[in-house]
Ligand binder design. Structure first.
Ligand code: NAP
Length: 261
């Protein structure tokens, strides 16, 4: 069991805090710039004290998880005051290990590869956790924590982790934005988004069963140009960027599969 300080009170911090406690660790400090946000998260935990100050010099925590926005990470680490020999672990997919580097402390990365939204419960046991440190004892501690929370723990260096994050942006964030467009088109035409649920589930299952390039279907793959032209004319009533996306995706799919055949 480790005593932990949590810096951040956003999506990841909420899920991380709850999962750490579930795994038997003690989250004793929670930081947010906004006192009320720190307090809300602390109240959801067993024995955490909220703070809006980055001074943890007197904390009993030995590991500090930094779950703040990527753009704020360097600034937060530079302002952070923690006891000597503490481990500072950030949760970013793309930032290098060195962003958690600070004098007289040990840097680490603890990147949970999942999409987190504060109020949507999630089972950490199945989430891949990517860990990294250049200090053996710190890596052991981070690994112990990760293994207490998840069945899928991977040691991945900064270079590979940023590629993993890039792949995750394409597969998760971009697909989700495409869901947003699909939902908008349906709802503007009085059809429920749920109509697409079975299709989306099957698409995801098939991608992992057959491999996505083998599972591709649709007018662009088939070269059905008359359908593509009809869709493009319908898209004149929607934001022009959606038409551009449709054209770009269709030509990418067509060219990719032409090369394969
Ligand atoms: N969300 C995901 O699905 C996910 C998955 C894996 C990894 N990550 C990574 O985890 C980290 C946190 O992401 P998140 O989704 O939890 O972000 P988030 O929900 O937007 O929360 C960000 C937190 O950063 C704090 N913050 C922002 N700017 C700050 C500053 N200048 N000084 C101090 N605190 C600041 C915010 O503080 P206030 O509370 O004061 O506003 C908030 O608590 C990021 O590195 C992200 O890449 C995210």
């Amino acid at each position: 069991m480790y005593k932990i300080g949590l810096v951040g009170a956003g999506n990841v911090a909420w899920h991380l805090g709850i999962a750490l406690e579930k795994a038997g660790h003690q989250v004793i400090n929670v930081y947010s710039r906004h006192w009320d946000r720190a307090q809300q998260l602390a109240q959801a935990l067993l024995a955490a004290k909220p703070t809006n100050q980055l001074d943890f010099s007197n904390s009993e925590a030995e590991i500090f998880f930094i779950a703040v926005t990527d753009d704020a990470l360097a600034e937060v680490v530079s302002k952070l005051l923690v006891p000597e020999n503490s481990i500072i672990a950030h949760t970013s997919g793309t930032h290098a290990l060195s962003l958690a580097q600070k004098k007289k402390t040990f840097p680490a990365v603890f990147y949970p590869l999942q999409t987190f939204t504060k109020n949507k419960p999630i089972d950490f046991q199945n989430i891949p956790i990517c860990i990294e440190s250049n200090h053996i004892e710190s890596l052991d501690k981070i690994r112990t924590i990760a293994q207490s929370m998840s069945n899928y723990v991977y040691e991945i260096n900064s270079e590979k982790r940023q590629l993993l994050h890039l792949a995750a942006i394409f597969t998760c964030n971009f697909s989700n934005f495409l869901f947003t467009i699909g939902k908008d088109i349906l709802e503007k035409n009085e059809m429920p988004f749920e109509l697409l649920q079975n299709l989306v589930n099957e698409t995801v299952q098939k991608a992992f069963l057959l491999s996505p390039e083998n599972a591709q279907t649709g007018p662009a793959k088939r070269g059905d140009n008359s359908i593509i032209q009809k869709h493009l004319s319908i898209l004149n009533q929607y934001p022009s960027e959606w038409k551009t996306l449709y054209e770009q995706f269709s030509s990418q799919i067509y060219n990719y599969h032409k090369k394969l055949t």
